[in-house]
Design a protein around this ligand. Structure first.
Ligand SMILES: Cc1ncc(COP(=O)(O)O)c(C=O)c1O
Length: 426
C-alpha cells in the first residue's frame, strides 16, 4: 500500500488512466487482488495527496496533543477577519476534524449499534461532496454503475460527468421502487458486469425504504459479484415506522458489510443544508485514496460547519430533530388522507424522507403530462410541485413529487388548492 500521512513521498509515477471508451469495462486496479471482495481503489484516485493539507492535518493533531506548533505551511493568512464580523476559521484536515469524525463514529454506535473506526469517516462538503469523491475513488471511466429509476438525479449526472456508464434499473410498485438481486441479475445480463450499485433508503423521490432483509440481499449480491455498494442514507431518521421499533431510523449498509460505503449528511435530519456538511463511512482500502482526492478537490470541509456539527449528536438535539420529524409525519398524514380525493394514479410507499411521489393517473387526460400539470397548477393555483422527469427519464412525464418538508400548514393549503383546481370547471 502507498505510504500515507504527511511528509511521505507521493507515488512517483501515476499509472495510466484506462483508455476507457464509454461502456467498455476497465481492468480492475492492481491492488484489487489484495482487497476484501477484490475491490480496490480506482486508478484515477491514485494521485499524490496535496501535501500541504496532509501537513495541516498533522499540525492539527499535534496541537491537540498540547504541542506548540508554529506552522509556516498552509497558504492562508494567519491574520483572521475581525472577530464579530466573521468567525475565525482555517482549513482542517482534508477528511475533517478528529472530534467530528469521532462524533460521527459515535452516532453509528448510538443509532445502529455498530463500531466504526473514526479513521473510516470522511467529512465532506455535503453528501454531494461525498458522491464526487467516493465515485472518483471507487470507479474508473467506462465502469458500469447501476441505480434505481426513479432516483435522485445527481447520482447519474455526477457519474456521467466522470465517464462512468450509468445503468438505470426501472423499478415500480412490484419491488417497492427499489432494486432487487433479480433486477440486478437482469441488468448484468443486458449490459455486462457492474462495478457499482447505488441505493438510497429512504429514497428520493419515492420515500421508499429497504428492509434489513432486502438490504442484506443486495449486500450479499454485491459481495458475490464483487460490486461496490454505495448506500445514500441522507434521510435516515426521517422515517415513519413506529418510533423505537427495530430499524426504525433505517438500516445502514455498514452494519452489514464493512466494505460497503454509507453516505450521509447534516442537511436533512438536522436541517443544516446551507452549512454544506456531509460524510462517508469508507472501507479501509479507500481511506488513503479519499484523503488524496479530498486534499486536492476541496482542501478541507468547511471549518465553522464542522464546529457547529459537533453539537448535532446530543440527546437534546436528537429530541429536537425527532420533534421536527413528527411534524413531517403529520404533514404526510394529510397527503395520505387526501389521496383518494386527489384522483391520481399509483403512489410510491412514502416510508421515509418527506416526499410523496405519484403517477398522475386520470389527471393526465386533462393536462397531457406531468410538466403540463405542474405548469397549469402553478399558473392556476399558485402551487409548485415537481414533475417526475428529473428523477425518471423514462416515466417521469407521468409523475409528480410533493415535498411535505414545507410543513402541515403549507401542505393543508396546497391540498385544498389542488382539489379546487382539479374540480370540474376549476
Ligand atoms: C437523496 C439525496 N442525496 C443527497 C442529497 C444532497 O444533499 P447534501 O449535498 O445537502 O448533503 C439530496 C438532496 O436533496 C438527496 O435528496
Amino acid at each position: 500500500m502507498a505510504a500515507r500521512g504527511p511528509f511521505k513521498t507521493p507515488p512517483p509515477s501515476l499509472p495510466p488512466h484506462p483508455a476507457g471508451a464509454q461502456g467498455e469495462a476497465a481492468e480492475p486496479p492492481s491492488s484489487a487482488a489484495d482487497a476484501p471482495h477484490g475491490l480496490g481503489a480506482s486508478r484515477r484516485s491514485v494521485i499524490p495527496a496535496f501535501e500541504v493539507m496532509q501537513i495541516t492535518g498533522e499540525v492539527e493533531r499535534r496541537r491537540a496533543e498540547g504541542r506548540d506548533i508554529v506552522s509556516l505551511c498552509a497558504g492562508e493568512p494567519s491574520a483572521r477577519p475581525a472577530p464579530g464580523m466573521l468567525k475565525p476559521a482555517g482549513y482542517t484536515s482534508p477528511l475533517g476534524t478528529a472530534p467530528l469524525r469521532e462524533a460521527i463514529a459515535g452516532h453509528y454506535a448510538n443509532w445502529y449499534g455498530v463500531s466504526i473506526d473514526p479513521a473510516r469517516v470522511a467529512v465532506t462538503t455535503g453528501s454531494s461532496g461525498a458522491f464526487q469523491l467516493v465515485f472518483l475513488a471507487a470507479f474508473d471511466p467506462g465502469d458500469r454503475v447501476a441505480l434505481a429509476s426513479p432516483g435522485y438525479p445527481a447520482y447519474r449526472n455526477i457519474l456521467r460527468s466522470l465517464g462512468v456508464d450509468v445503468i438505470e434499473i426501472p423499478t415500480g410498485s412490484e419491488t417497492r421502487y427499489q432494486p432487487t438481486p433479480a433486477l440486478l441479475d437482469a441488468a448484468v445480463e443486458a449490459h455486462g458486469p457492474l462495478a457499482g450499485l447505488i441505493v438510497a433508503s429512504p429514497a428520493n423521490p419515492t420515500g421508499s425504504m429497504l428492509s434489513r432483509a432486502e438490504l442484506s440481499a443486495l449486500v450479499e449480491w454485491c459481495a458475490e459479484q464483487r460490486v461496490r455498494l454505495i448506500s445514500d442514507e441522507i434521510y435516515h431518521g426521517i422515517t415513519y415506522a413506529e418510533a423505537g421499533g427495530p430499524d426504525a431510523r433505517g438500516v445502514s449498509a455498514v452494519e452489514l458489510d464493512p466494505e460497503a460505503i454509507a453516505i450521509n449528511s447534516f442537511s436533512k435530519y438536522w436541517g443544516m443544508t446551507g452549512w454544506r456538511l456531509g460524510w462517508a463511512v469508507l472501507p479501509e482500502s479507500l481511506i488513503a485514496p479519499m484523503e488524496a482526492l479530498a486534499s486536492n478537490f476541496a482542501l478541507s470541509p468547511p471549518a465553522p460547519a464542522q464546529e457547529l456539527a459537533l453539537g448535532a449528536f446530543s440527546e437534546e438535539r436528537y429530541a429536537e430533530r425527532d420533534a421536527v420529524v413528527a411534524g413531517f409525519a403529520r404533514a404526510r398524514a394529510l397527503i395520505l388522507d387526501a389521496e383518494p380525493a386527489l384522483r391520481w394514479g399509483e403512489s410510491a410507499p412514502s416510508d421515509g424522507a418527506f416526499y410523496f411521489y405519484a403517477d398522475l393517473g386520470p389527471q393526465l387526460e386533462r393536462f397531457g403530462d406531468s410538466l403540463g400539470y405542474a405548469r397549469a397548477l402553478l399558473d392556476g393555483a399558485d402551487v409548485a410541485v415537481v414533475p417526475g422527469v428529473d428523477f425518471d427519464p423514462m416515466h417521469g412525464t407521468r409523475t409528480v413529487r410533493l415535498s411535505y418538508a414545507a410543513g402541515e400548514a403549507a401542505v393543508e393549503e396546497a391540498l385544498s388548492r389542488i382539489l379546487r383546481f382539479q374540480a370540474p370547471g376549476g
